[in-house]
Write a protein that binds this ligand. Structure first.
Ligand code: NFE
Length: 501
């Protein structure tokens, strides 16, 4: 008989998620992904000046505000029919690059690694690094104290197999703390032209209001160089160490098998009109060009009235059978995985030559993994390090291309009526904003968001969302400590604040 297993609240993610599993003979039979709150940003936008859109919608999230800000100015610039100067496009690439690096470092060290790394491994430390000795003393006294929440945020935790190799645990724990400084460094990189982070002050339709100076260029170089060093010496190695210790996770956590990328980063360093990370769609392994008209939002199991969907959001909290505040986005009626793994899958399967494709091939050849094995829990972690390397390398070139003598934005006239589409890839995947303007005011505003795709509930055909499908069939050794399920869900880096928006 199936037993109910609940992970609620699901911690070490952003926002409010509950996971509900039916487990029979230690196998997950079915899974429900529940977004637990309503926010209403699309309603907030109605009747306001369109020029406020990028400031308001950035507040959907403190983790990926650059992406929401960009999607918002992109849909406005589409509506206002604008062309941007090179400096503006370069600065936006640099700001988004900084946000990606920040987001991926946070996801690995502060959210996911604690599922694999054994913090109590520090108790075996015998060196003379004073910082690590201090951490060791702290963990020792916390573990001994038998407090309700000893050594938060490291303990308590689900029991299970953790990394046993002492050096790996000590290195990951030391880097947990260094990564806090690196997050700040990445935020500072964004803030050089954003004015502040999170929630950039300088982003406007037409460009970026902050001017370029040689001092700011030098600051960008120095912040990025520290991030590059951390990536090369620590982040990539720590992900590979975890992957090497948990090889079985390259064969579990496969999602719905369909992937979607909107494409991101104008490939300015290579003077190409293409995107550095190409757009595209993979359904059953078959590549096709992106057509956003194929996007819909389903609400059969969502807490919205039955006439809700793409462009219409009417909350119905007590709706019978509904179990999530997320809508269920679909492409040609199919669930789609989005995010770092989708980006590398689309780049790889498109068959086109791109830096991301070459980096993925290099990774596969260095690790001996196959492209199919990347469609897994570990593959999502690997995808983040693969793309981070490409982003850092290109960002170095974008910084050198900045020209202090040229403008960073252009002026425009606000039309009384217009509509526009803004597409970007946020760190967690495909993000779209759509705006409709009437009489100089926002008449309609729609966001279709990465975690809404990944954590979507079932649709009217009974087809589960990508995270739900990832969990089905998973072996759970101990239903009171479902760490296998937790590792799979966290590999998606869910942000429920964004997902419900
Ligand atoms: Ni709140 Fe976000 C990213 C967006 S995820 S973090 O990345 O858009 O849904």
């Amino acid at each position: 008989m199936a037993q109910k297993v609940s992970i609620d609240p699901f911690t070490r993610i952003e926002g409010h998620l509950a996971i509900s599993l039916d487990v029979e003979a230690n196998r997950v039979k079915s899974a429900q992904c529940k977004g637990e709150m309503f926010r209403g940003f699309e309603q907030i936008m109605k009747g306001r000046s369109p020029l406020d859109a990028q400031q308001i919608t950035q507040r959907i999230c403190g983790v990926c505000p650059v992406s929401h800000g960009l999607a918002s100015v992109f849909c406005q610039e589409d509506a206002y029919n604008m062309q941007l100067p090179e400096n503006a496009r370069l600065i936006r690439n640099i700001m988004l690059a900084g946000n990606y690096v920040q987001s991926h470092i946070t996801h690995f060290y502060h959210l996911s690694a604690l599922d694999f790394v054994d913090v109590t491994g520090i108790l075996g430390y015998t060196g003379n690094d004073r910082f690590l000795l201090g951490v060791k003393d702290w963990v020792k006294s916390e573990v001994a104290s038998k407090k309700l929440f000893p050594a938060a945020p490291f303990l308590p935790r689900y029991e299970g197999e953790y990394l046993t190799e002492a050096q790996g645990n000590i290195s990951a724990l030391r880097n947990y703390f260094t990564a806090l400084d690196m997050r700040a460094m990445a935020h500072q990189l964004v803030a050089i032209f954003a004015g502040k982070m999170p929630h950039m002050a300088t982003l406007v339709p037409g460009g970026v209001t902050e001017k370029i100076t040689t001092k700011k260029i030098a600051l960008c170089r120095s912040k990025l160089s520290e991030l590059r060093t951390f990536y090369e010496n620590n982040y990539a190695a720590d992900v590979l160490a975890v992957a090497g210790a948990f090889p079985s996770y390259a064969s579990i956590g496969r999602g719905c098998g369909n992937f979607l990328s909107f494409g991101v980063f104008e490939d300015m360093a290579n003077n190409s009109s293409q995107m550095l990370f190409p757009p595209g769609v993979l359904i059953d392994g078959k590549f096709s060009q992106l057509d956003t008209k194929q996007i819909s939002e389903e609400v059969t199991y969502s807490k919205y009235s039955s006439d809700s969907g793409f462009g219409t959001t009417k909350p119905q909290p007590a709706k019978s059978g509904a179990y999530s505040w997320l809508k269920a986005p679909r492409y040609q009626g199919e669930p789609m995985e989005v995010g770092p793994l989708a980006r590398i899958m689309v780049a790889y399967q498109s068959g086109q030559d791109s830096e991301l494709n070459r980096a993925t091939k290099k990774f596969l050849s260095n690790t001996g993994l196959t492209i199919d094995q990347l469609d897994s829990c570990l593959g999502r972690h690997a995808a983040r390090i693969i793309e981070t390397e490409v982003i850092i390398k290109n960002c170095e070139k974008w910084i050198e291309m900045l020209n202090p003598t040229k403008p960073t934005c252009v002026d425009f006239n606000l039309p009384s009526s217009a509509s526009g589409e803004g597409l970007v890839e946020a760190p967690r995947g495909a993000l779209g904003h759509w705006i409709e303007i009437e009489n100089y005011k926002v008449k309609g505003y729609e966001c279709v968001v990465p975690t809404t795709w990944n954590c979507s509930p079932m649709d009217g055909r009974g087809v589960a969302g990508p995270v739900e499908q990832s969990l089905m069939g998973t072996y759970v050794a101990d239903k009171d400590h479902p760490i296998e399920a937790a590792r799979i869900v966290r590999s998606y880096d869910p942000c429920l604040a964004c997902a419900v928006h």
